[in-house]
Design a binder for this molecule. Structure first.
Ligand code: PEP
Ligand code: MG
Length: 752
């Protein structure tokens, strides 16, 4: 049989388009398509396998295999040659299929008669929707032209599937996938619940006509978009302060390099030559990038491929005539869905969002820090969410349980609304306690403070009834800029924070960067173990320029008012002494320059490493106050990475060994008269807060939303009883005090 020497994919595509334009149901269309492809490629067989459920492929149309096998033959992803293609998103081209690894004999199809096999993935934006296969009786290897033609056709099939072209009785309803409920369990980024509508950070482009008759026109469109893209990247690079994007300078340099990459442009031109519309040509490249991304383990290379992927998204937006996502109208009940997002971009959306769902991200990522500061629920690692979600879809986000319901069933939505209502009702009850003290039944008063990180947090201060800001994380202002912030800008911000706090104290923590928090303008250190690495005060002391500048900004922002400065992550007394010296020198300098400095500047340290609990008496006497950073302290106490989902929940903050350790810290502080507070996330959990109070803490600092629930519980308990329950658990040899405390509250009628 004569083979198609040079396949003209343009002719094939045109015929394909005409077939698709004909009326008829989805199955009819698929049947015509397989006939047409077999004819165009002079193949004995052409088959389309489509993904049914997550892991199954179904033979949905064939020319050449037994017709009875259609909709009966099913393969698992990874199984057989077809399954391997779906799994790897790579084509398979072989002259001897039965001898090829993975070949699986399917008697119902009559497949043993065919020796040659060429299969390509049908994929859209990296998601494999199915597999397109041609086969020949005789042993032959398919040419590059043929592979290319089949890939181009597969692209069009994927686009058409997205548009619902194959929906119809008996046919695979790919498009219907976007109508069914979708549930995903991710990881907790920030607690809280929200109901709303999907707002895609990168809206999907719908290509109404994937096949083009006019390559010249498509060329012109592609080149105009690339020109505009290059200008955009240059503008971003030229911008001093990147308000609209969080990209770092090195990322932008990589963007620029990719935007000028000749190979990238040439490959897209070739796709246009073969008859694809410009958008589909971009998507074809993007699919290849995503397939490569999934195979690469090296984080640096993955990041670069990520950049290239982002660039393709921008290009698609430009082709579709859309401007940057951030300029869009944001509906009232928007829940942002994105693969990942930078901190500045998230801040741009700001409090208009009710929640965020990310496909990637990490607990300590900049986006998570911002979401925490904005107090909006965040679920990360929500697999496939950007592919499943469409703009405007109803969505429920439960940041407490780390689950997301997209297009939920009525029953699920109702149960969810009940939960939201219950929480809202509880918030109202808490509001009534706002001006009441957190005094226990046996007369012990706890001082409750709030944690903050943005100017925008300050209005919560009077609303939540906190006595002040126990922890102001200052890194956000550094993270969201492309260059080191200016001293005057920081001073102005700190002044505004103090203005709006009024008489209430604010404890500013100096810059806590390093580990997961990498500044865009600082050279990234390749550290084997960043959480134990060059971070926080270690960076501050080794690069004192930034620390001095920040201290100056704090002193100037205070402008003679009392000030509280706290150093993060102090492991040894000497680090605190050195940091303190810097502050003292800056105070002296300010005074020498005639600027006002209050006599009441308090300098404290965060106790986040077990070593500091054993520091000399001199340290405890020198520190004006201490604050236990439980998030870090707990991870070092148990040697369990706070960002590693495999271990981060393994150890309980109510573990009796940990509570015993905390009790020791309180006792040492009491012995030296050093005020001590607890400001990690655990302080905001009512049962944990009660246990910390029972071991002696009198100051707790937490998210504003936690103050109500913590106060409500504290006001109804007898602290001596809680202490007794912990003691009893210890006496019985228990590991954790949780059951004992829960039982105590249960007896009092509380449900925890
Ligand atoms: C802590 O470690 O408990 C803390 C409050 O600091 P961060 O979470 O910012 O590391
Ligand atoms: Mg910390």
């Amino acid at each position: 049989m004569p083979y198609s020497e040079a396949v003209d994919s343009r002719v094939l595509l045109r015929r394909l388009r005409d077939t698709l334009a004909e009326s008829g149901g989805g199955q009819e269309r698929l049947d015509s398509i397989v006939r047409l492809i077999a004819d165009g490629l002079v193949a004995d067989v052409c088959s389309v396998y489509l993904r049914r459920e997550e892991n199954w492929l179904e033979l949905c149309a064939t020319f050449g295999l037994k017709a009875e096998s259609v909709h009966l033959t099913r393969l698992k992803v990874g199984q057989g040659l077809v399954g391997r293609i779906a799994d790897s998103a790579e084509p398979i081209n072989t002259r001897d299929a039965p001898a090829t690894r993975g070949f699986r004999y399917m008697p119902e199809t009559g497949e043993e008669l065919f020796s040659s096999f060429l299969g390509v993935p049908i994929q859209r934006l990296g998601e494999v929707l199915g597999v397109l296969v041609v086969q020949n009786r005789e042993a032959r290897e398919y040419t590059d032209d043929e592979i290319y033609a089949l890939e181009v056709i597969a692209m069009v099939l994927a686009e058409m599937a997205e548009l619902g072209a194959f929906v119809g009785p008996g046919a695979m309803e790919i498009a219907a996938q976007h109508k069914l409920p979708f549930f995903v369990r991710g990881l907790v980024g920030q607690e809280g619940v929200a109901e709303g509508r999907v707002l895609l950070h990168e809206p999907q482009i719908v290509v109404s006509n994937p096949v083009s008759d006019d390559p010249t026109r498509e060329y012109a469109r592609l080149h105009a978009a690339i020109e505009r893209l290059r200008e955009e990247v240059d503008e971003m690079l030229a911008a001093d302060y990147l308000t609209k994007s969080g990209e770092h300078r090195d990322v932008l340099q990589a963007y620029r390099m990719f935007a000028h990459d000749k190979g990238w442009v040439r490959r897209m031109e070739a796709s246009i030559d073969s008859g694809l519309a410009a958008e589909v040509a971009v998507e074809k490249e993007q699919s290849a990038t995503r397939a490569r991304m999934s195979r690469i383990a090296d984080p640096y290379l993955r990041e670069r491929l990520h950049d290239l992927d982002d660039l393709s998204n921008r290009l698609l937006r430009l082709l579709g005539g859309m401007d940057a996502a951030a300029g869009r109208e944001i509906p009232d009940d928007a829940i942002l869905v994105a693969r990942n997002i930078g901190p500045a971009e998230l801040l741009d959306y700001g409090r208009k969002l009710k929640g965020v769902v990310l496909e990637e991200g990490s607990v300590g990522s900049h986006a998570a820090i911002v979401a925490r500061a904005l107090a909006i629920p965040l679920v990360i690692h929500a697999e496939r969410i950007t592919r499943e979600a469409q703009n405007g879809d109803p969505i429920l986000v439960d940041g407490d349980q780390a689950v997301v319901h997209l297009r939920p069933e009525d029953g699920v939505a109702r149960a969810f609304r009940d939960k939201i209502e219950m929480l809202a009702g509880a918030q109202q009850a808490y509001a009534a306690l706002r001006d009441r003290p957190a005094t226990t039944r046996d007369g012990v008063t706890l001082q409750l403070y709030m944690n903050a990180g943005l100017m925008a947090d300050l209005p919560s201060l009077p609303k939540c009834g906190a006595l002040g800001v126990g922890l102001f994380r200052t890194e956000l202002q550094f993270l969201i800029r492309s260059t080191v912030p200016k001293r005057a800008d920081l001073a102005a911000l700190y002044a505004r924070v103090l203005d709006s706090a009024g008489e209430k104290p604010v404890t500013f923590r100096t810059l806590d960067i390093g580990s997961d928090k990498v500044l865009p303008y600082m050279k990234r250190q390749d550290e084997p173990n960043p959480a134990l690495g060059w971070r926080a005060i270690r960076v501050g002391l080794d690069r004192p320029g930034i620390m001095r500048m920040q201290v100056q900004a704090l002193l100037r922002g205070a402008h003679g008012r009392p000030l509280r400065i706290m150093f993060p992550f102090v492991a040894e007394a000497v680090e605190f002494e050195l940091g303190r010296e810097i502050v003292m020198k800056e105070i002296a300098r300010e005074l020498a320059l005639g600027r006002p400095v209050s006599a009441d500047v308090k300098i404290g340290a965060m106790l986040e490493t077990p070593s500091l609990a054993f520091a000399s008496a001199r340290f405890f006497e020198m520190a004006d106050f201490l604050s236990v950073g439980g998030n870090d302290l707990k991870q070092f106490f148990f040697a369990a990475d706070r960002e590693n989902e495999l271990v981060r929940r393994r150890y309980d903050a109510l573990s009796l060994s940990y509570l015993g350790f905390l009790e020791g810290i309180v006792a040492r502080c009491a012995g030296h008269g050093t005020p001590v507070s607890f400001c990690g996330e655990d302080a905001g959990r009512p049962l944990e807060a009660l246990a910390f109070a029972a071991v002696g803490f009198r100051q707790l600092s937490m998210r504003p939303a936690s103050i109500g629930p913590v106060k409500a519980l504290l006001r109804q308990v007898d602290l001596a009883e809680a202490r007794g329950a912990i003691e009893a658990a210890r006496f019985e040899g228990a590991t954790t005090a949780r059951p004992a405390l829960e039982a105590l509250l249960g007896r009092m009628g509380f449900v925890v």
